[in-house]
Design a protein around this ligand. Structure first.
Ligand SMILES: C[S@@+](CC[C@H](N)C(=O)[O-])C[C@H]1O[C@@H](n2cnc3c(N)ncnc32)[C@H](O)[C@@H]1O
Length: 274
């Protein structure tokens, strides 16, 4: 399914009407994903995200990892370069998978050695049950799903593919503080220091904020411009879903730190044990 149809299947009728009525919104994923590697800035992201993940995975001996959203490869490639070899990288969008392949070449990573799957999180095959020590879903990915039933199905499936005592590591944007508190976008923050680190090439800001949908604009300095429609998790909502999906021990980090004031971090990361 292309991104436009995917969004249409997710959002309310009112939000879809709004998206279609605004000529300044471009939901062409091919444009957006063409700039994704610049938005990520692999080298910079790797310095913060990968040590955080490696520390959380240290208890496993040669862990088998499911990267739920390969994207341009930030997490999969970072973990590979850190010596973690057993990674299955999942990507449903062919544009992103192609860009990841190019990014692998740029980084000198052998693409043929990476197992790439393309499962929708909402229906992961039973053959994957209890086969992974860890699932990583980073880069604010679950926010692509708007419906509670879909979000829960994805989290339950992530739990199902984990071995007993396996871990899900999942992040989200700090929507409660940096989006929903000010629908005019005045609380939005993007330092470029965490997760999406490509601030030198891309300008990002929300152009629509409501309780049901956020639209974010991505403008490349070469003139390309595209948008994403995302579901803004409310305060405590994702943690509640993780509990509902059956995760018992959940630790929360703000910009990778265990202690933080709610208003400070740009990204919240949850480390959840099965
Ligand atoms: C914001 S991108 C993040 C990509 C990457 N993890 C990163 O940090 O750059 C969101 C990702 O979620 C994937 N995605 C969205 N909905 C999905 C679904 N229902 N099933 C599987 N993947 C999905 C997209 O294809 C994309 O790879």
């Amino acid at each position: 399914m292309n991104y436009l149809d995917y969004v249409r299947s997710q959002v309310t009728k009112e939000d879809w009407r709004l998206l279609k009525s605004r000529r300044d919104i471009n939901l062409d994923a091919a444009v957006l994903y063409g700039m994704w590697a610049d938005f990520v800035n692999f080298e910079k992201r790797r310095r913060t995200e990968i040590p955080f993940l490696v520390t959380r995975l240290a208890e496993y001996d040669n862990p088998r990892i499911f990267d739920a959203s390969l994207g341009s490869g930030a997490t999969t490639f970072g973990l590979k370069l850190a010596g973690l070899e057993k990674i299955v990288a999942n990507e449903t969008d062919s544009h992103l998978a192609n860009f990841a392949k190019k990014e692998a070449k740029r980084l000198g990573i052998d693409w043929s050695m990476i197992t790439v799957t393309s499962h929708d999180w909402r229906k992961l095959p039973e053959s994957l049950a209890e086969t992974f020590d860890a699932v990583v879903s980073t880069g604010n990915s679950l926010t692509y799903l708007f419906k509670k039933g879909d979000q829960l199905a994805a989290l339950q499936n992530f739990r199902d593919v984990l071995k007993p005592r396996g871990k899900l590591i999942i992040d989200e944007r700090n929507y409660a503080e940096h989006f929903l508190k000010a629908p005019d976008g005045s609380k939005f923050r993007w330092s470029g220091d965490f997760v999406y680190c490509g601030k030198d090439r891309i300008a990002v800001h929300p152009i629509h904020i409501s309780q049901s949908m956020v639209v974010v604009e991505y403008a490349h300095l070469d003139g390309r411009k595209s948008h994403l429609a995302l579901y803004p998790f409310k305060r405590g909502e994702l943690k509640g879903l993780l509990r509902e999906a059956g995760f018992r021990e959940i630790s929360m980090f703000g910009d990778y730190r265990p202690n933080f004031r709610p208003q400070d971090p740009e990204f919240l990361t949850y480390v959840c044990c099965k």
